[in-house]
Design a protein around this ligand. Structure first.
Ligand SMILES: CC(=O)[C@@H](O)[C@H](O)COP(=O)(O)O
Length: 259
């Protein structure tokens, strides 16, 4: 471990790269890529797996002691549906951790802030560890923190777009203000995007599409792992401040003295 570990809801993580499980060419490839990524938290869409049998192919390939499952509610449209899905996930997968995703619009998959806040309030009362996927809205993040979520997961760009940190100004405010861990989720299309997110001071990032659809998901997962570690190391070492005027890297006086 080269960067400081961090904690969500009492659980310590040494990897700051969370991953998704969709879009891989095969479940075998998914498993290899996730292991190469070093991830310790893996989100699984409840709608995609048969969580009640222990034979589901995706779940079988996720059975590693280092991998904690984070069921997500992708596909639900309302708070009511999200609470129902969460209860199913808790029973079937024996975890009270939940990535809360409510995005009724299939075109942009943007999260519904009102339904998300209502669902989060209810789920926290029901004993869930709630990690809500939201727009990069600092006010909403505070409201979610007040209802007791364990972390916030603001988007960099819409899911699957690979556009990077399009919401950067708002992510900076969220990171500055948040009292719970900030996980930048969605739209990170290149390792450099993940490194930039970590340099901003995000606690972690969640990446799926960019790893799964690359020509070589195992190598891409490795690249993301290295980028996340590099970005976090740079943040911990404190980046040099940008300046508007030049400042020589070595003193010019030696030349002048010889003249
Ligand atoms: C798997 C999952 O939870 C995604 O919805 C997540 O938001 C990742 O987004 P990308 O696929 O853009 O990395």
């Amino acid at each position: 471990m080269i960067t400081q570990p961090f904690v969500i809801a009492g659980q310590s993580f040494s990897s700051r790269l969370f991953t998704g499980t969709g879009k891989f060419g095969s479940t075998q490839l998914m498993e290899e890529a996730l292991l190469a990524s070093g991830t310790e938290l893996v989100t699984v869409a409840l709608k995609r797996v048969d969580a009640y049998t222990h034979q589901d192919d995706t779940l079988v390939h996720l059975t590693h002691s280092r991998l904690r499952l984070l069921p997500n509610t992708s596909g639900v449209r309302t708070a009511r549906e999200a609470v129902f899905a969460a209860q199913m996930a808790r029973e079937a997968l024996e975890t009270n951790w939940l990535k809360l995703e409510i995005h009724p619009d299939p075109k942009y998959l943007l999260p519904d802030p009102i339904e998300t806040l209502n669902a989060a309030r209810e789920l926290v009362k029901l004993g869930f560890i709630v990690l809500p996927y939201i727009h990069a809205d600092p006010v909403l993040c505070k409201r979610l923190e007040e209802v007791g979520v364990a972390a916030v997961m603001p988007l960099g760009a819409p899911i699957g777009t690979n556009k990077g940190l399009r919401t950067i100004d708002f992510l900076k405010i969220i990171i500055e203000q948040s009292r719970v861990p900030v996980v930048i989720d969605a739209g990170l299309g290149a390792p450099s995007h993940a490194a930039a997110a970590m340099e901003l001071g995000a606690d972690a990032v969640l990446v799926n599409t960019a790893i799964a659809v690359s020509d070589d998901p195992v190598r891409m997962a490795t690249a993301f792992r290295m980028a996340v570690e590099a970005g976090r190391l740079a943040y911990e070492a404190r980046l040099a401040r940008p300046a508007t005027t030049a400042n020589a890297s070595s003193p010019l006086t030696a030349f002048l003295d010889e003249l």
